[in-house]
Design a protein. Structure first.
Lengths: 128, 416
């Protein structure tokens, strides 16, 4: 079963971290990636730019509007994610707890099941 | 010869060749690599030279040579020393494999130290002869992820890889092997592949391996039961989706679209099995599938018989999903109120928390009872909770139609 581990971040919390804490998060993610690569559970991971770099695109009556900023103004945003493939929800929670963000006040990791997957080089188009 | 028959032949030989090597040299991981390379060599050579008289012997010879090459590499030196200890004089006659080692191979692949996902992957590779890329595609994970999973699994077995198992361990392993085959079948049966994607047909592969197991163990009732269950389920394959790929529940399927020849063969096998042997969970599930298969129309379904079979199944498994299935059967046989009574007994089971199935069953029973508003709400809850997209669409549709059409009973849930 595939799960999306969503790093819910608060930019203000991240900015208030000490340099040592920041370094610890980086090395923590490195260790985490190594571990779940070794166990054959990592599908992929991506980190996202600051929400201030987001743009929201909508089309109404054929006209496209592009608005700067995130879809919903909030304190917390999706900062990045891991896609993992594990046996049980409990294992997904266990892995989520190993992500350094989970241990920092004001940040958390959200775990959601994946119900459809395509692309990412996971399948090859049919030869015709 | 066609590519197809060559491929089938190679995959049939694969577990036997691997069995021969592993039984002599123990080192599962190295042996498996060597066999994969021998299979590749055969796929290149045989279309030119023709199939050798002893294909397994040919493959063993090539794999054995390749194994020697692997031992020469520095990284494998330590393991080579261990292997020499197993067969110090190198006297084992590798050219003449006398026994079919496929069964031993299967039992090895479901080693208790492996996770379920690893057992599945290793079984498909070492017994099924599929490539890592094919297995990765079938489970929609990157090839590197699957390769890592398989090599870890091989290393785990390599460390504790005894090949002859005591009788009590064999019984446990066989049960684990049946479960793995059952999971492979279900993965293939419920998978929703996008258009234009080639994926190995996992249901067909599970049936092929279960047939092989049945040939090796013809007296085992549960092996036969699992095979029948797969064949009966697979016989409905073409009738269970419409032209747009939407799910059609068993009750609404066009029974003319079922494979009746396959159903006849499968039920005949089931009758031979049930008459002679102690009944287990796979035989009971096969018997339930047979009751459905034998009804000429949905209205002819013998729900009382199905209810009895679920009761027997409840006695030999501790799985609340079985009770949910029985609630549906009770509802059909004795009315929705009685079905709801059975449902209420398991609805609070901790193992069903966040599961969509109790809501789907309740919605169906409430709809038949005439409480369409409540039914609609439970159909919606079930639709939100299910992790299967085809089922989600189906349940949303039921929520819209609650009260306006006869509600068919939800299909049996395999409960894995």
């Amino acid at each position: 079963m595939k799960y999306l581990l969503i790093m819910q971040i608060d930019p203000a919390v991240l900015e208030s971290l000490t340099e040592a804490q920041g370094r610890e998060i980086e090395t923590g993610h490195g260790r985490f990636m190594e571990e779940i690569t070794r166990t054959g559970e990592l599908i992929g991971t991506q980190a996202l730019a600051d929400p201030s770099r987001s743009a929201v695109v909508s089309v109404r009556d054929g006209a496209t509007t592009v608005t700067d900023g995130p879809f919903v103004e909030a304190k917390e945003y999706m900062g990045g994610f891991y896609v993992i493939d594990v046996e049980t929800p409990e294992r997904a929670y266990e892995l989520a707890a190993k992500i350094p963000d989970a241990g920092i006040e004001g940040l958390a990791v959200e775990v959601r099941p994946v119900v459809f997957t395509a692309g990412f080089g996971l399948t090859e188009p049919e030869e015709s | 010869m066609t590519d197809r028959t060559l491929e089938d032949l190679l995959r049939e030989c694969a577990p036997q060749v691997l069995g021969v090597l592993v039984s002599r040299f123990r080192q599962f991981d190295l042996c498996e690599d060597a066999v994969q390379e021998a299979l590749l060599a055969a796929a290149t050579a045989w279309p030119e030279s023709g199939i050798p008289e002893e294909p397994v012997g040919w493959l063993v010879t090539v794999a054995r040579r390749r194994l020697t090459d692997l031992w020469r590499s520095d990284s494998a030196r330590r393991r080579r020393e261990e292997a020499v200890a197993v067969d110090p004089a190198g006297t084992v006659d590798l050219e003449a494999p006398a026994i079919d080692d496929s069964l031993e191979m299967l039992l090895l692949c479901v080693h208790p130290d492996l996770t379920e996902a690893s057992r599945i992957a290793l079984t498909l590779r070492a017994v099924g002869g599929l490539t890592t890329a094919e297995i990765a595609r079938a489970f929609l994970v990157p090839e590197a992820t699957m390769a890592q999973r398989i090599s870890r699994a091989k290393a785990t077995i390599g460390a504790g890889g005894g090949f002859t198992l005591p009788a009590d361990v064999r019984t446990e392993r066989l049960a684990a092997a049946l479960h793995v085959l059952y999971l492979i079948f279900n993965e293939g049966y419920t998978a929703s592949a996008g258009p234009g994607l080639t994926r190995v047909d996992l249901s067909a592969e599970a049936i092929r391996l279960t047939r092989m197991l049945h040939r090796l163990l013809p007296a085992d009732g549960e092996v036969a039961g699992l095979l029948v269950l797969m064949l009966l389920t697979d016989a409905r394959r073409d009738a269970r989706t419409d032209a747009d790929g939407r799910m059609i529940p068993l009750a609404e399927q066009d029974r003319a679209g079922w494979d009746h020849a396959a159903i006849r063969d499968a039920t005949a096998l089931l009758e031979r099995t049930l008459a002679r042997r102690e009944v287990g969970p796979y035989q009971l599930q096969a018997a339930i599938a047979a009751v459905h298969a034998e009804a000429p129309t949905d209205a002819d379904t013998d729900w009382r018989q199905i209810e009895i079979l679920y009761r027997l199944l409840e006695e030999c498994t501790d799985n609340p999903v079985v009770t949910l299935n029985r609630a549906v059967a009770v509802g059909m046989a004795y009315g929705p109120e009685r079905g709801l009574e059975v449902l209420d007994r398991v609805a609070g089971d901790r193992r069903l928390a966040r599961h969509h199935r109790p809501d789907a069953v309740r919605a169906h029973l409430l709809d038949r009872l005439g409480d369409h508003e409540a039914a609609r709400e439970h159909f919606r809850r079930a639709a939100r909770a299910t992790l299967n997209l085809a089922e989600k669409r189906y349940l949303e549709d039921r929520a819209r139609r609650a009260g306006s059409a006869a509600t068919p009973p939800p299909d049996d849930d395999p409960g894995t």
